[in-house]
Each structure stands twice: as C-alpha cells, then as structure tokens.
Design a protein around this ligand. Structure first.
Ligand code: ZN
Ligand code: ZN
Ligand code: ZN
Length: 181
C-alpha cells in the first residue's frame, strides 16, 4: 500500500547518527572513568583483575601485545604523537630553540643539564627520555637542577668537546653572550 512515512528518512538518519555519537561519547567517558578507578586501585585497567603493580594483568598484556603486533604502524604513530606532545610541553617551558645555535626544529631539541649533573638527576628521578619530560611536567618543573634547551648537535658537541660546545671554540656562538646562566 505504501503509507507515507511520517518522519522523512533523512531526519531519521540524522537522529540515528546523533544518537550513535552521544552513545559513543558516553561509552568512552564511562570507560575512561572505569579505567582511572581501576588504575588507582592497582587493578588491571582492562578487566579489573589483580595486576601486581602493572597497568594490565598478564592475560590482558598478552592480548594487547598480539593486538599491538597486528597494528604496529598505528600504535607507533599513537605513541609518537603522545611522546611528541609531552616533549614539546616540557621543552617549551625552558625555551623554543637551542640556546647555543638557535636551532628551532623540535625534533632536534633536547634538555641539557647546565652543570653537567644529568647522570645524577637521572639516578635521582629514575627517569630518562620521554619519561623524564613527563616527570618534569608532573613535578611542575623543579629548579634544583639547572636545565636549558640545546639541539642534539650542541648537546653532543658539548659532551664530546669536554663541556663546551664546539660552536664556542672558534668563532663566538651566535647567542653566547645572551645564553642564560
Ligand atoms: Zn586484565
Ligand atoms: Zn644547537
Ligand atoms: Zn652549539
């Protein structure tokens, strides 16, 4: 007979879509809250089993490893995005370029211990790499160790040349007179 629908199909589709979006959001935020409370209780964030101090229990860790292995590229990208963000936030607290040669490409930048006490600092915090950046942010950038931004070249050059960047050996470094002490 073909009775005319009272609600146009397009409207229905729109309703369905907005319902799915809202549902997805609420599932995500529930999931987040559940994972946070499990984490706080020292349980597996995935299934709530005892996790012995880890984020995931043995079973979930294995499942995750298999899944990660099958989706390697995606996980690599996700990890890089998140470590890039952390690094950027930490570096920008100290400056936006190498304090020796003014290199400004974030991928070339690192934090340098002005007083050569990086090893001691690493020992004290037990952190290095992106975990060190994370630690700095979490601890509101404590200033008991003096840090500055250097590029990998200047950082390495300083180490190889016994504490002074080779830039500063011959011609004066572009910013040597304004380098923070
Ligand atoms: Zn689990
Ligand atoms: Zn540099
Ligand atoms: Zn330099």
């Amino acid at each position: 007979m073909g009775a005319k629908p009272t609600v146009p199909i397009r409207r229905l589709r729109h309703l369905l879509e907005s319902f799915l979006v809202a549902w997805n959001d609420s599932v995500n935020s529930n999931r987040k809250a559940k994972r946070a409370s499990r984490r706080a209780a020292g349980l597996c964030v995935e299934c709530g089993a005892q996790a012995g101090g880890f984020s995931y229990c043995d079973g979930c860790r294995k499942k995750r490893a298999v899944y990660e292995h099958a989706n390697k590229a995606m996980f690599k990208r996700l990890r890089k995005n998140s470590t890039d963000k952390i690094k950027r936030q930490a570096i920008l607290h100290y400056g936006d370029r190498c304090s020796c040669c003014e290199e400004a490409e974030m991928d070339f930048l690192t934090l340098d211990h002005v007083n050569n006490d990086g090893a001691e600092h690493r020992r004290e915090t037990g952190k290095q790499g992106s975990n060190f950046y994370r630690w700095l942010i979490k601890n509101h950038f404590p200033d008991d160790y003096e840090l500055r931004v250097l590029c990998f070249n200047c950082n390495n050059g300083r180490r190889v040349a016994g504490g002074v960047c080779p830039h500063k050996r011959g011609a004066p470094c572009p910013r040597s007179s304004t380098t923070r002490r």
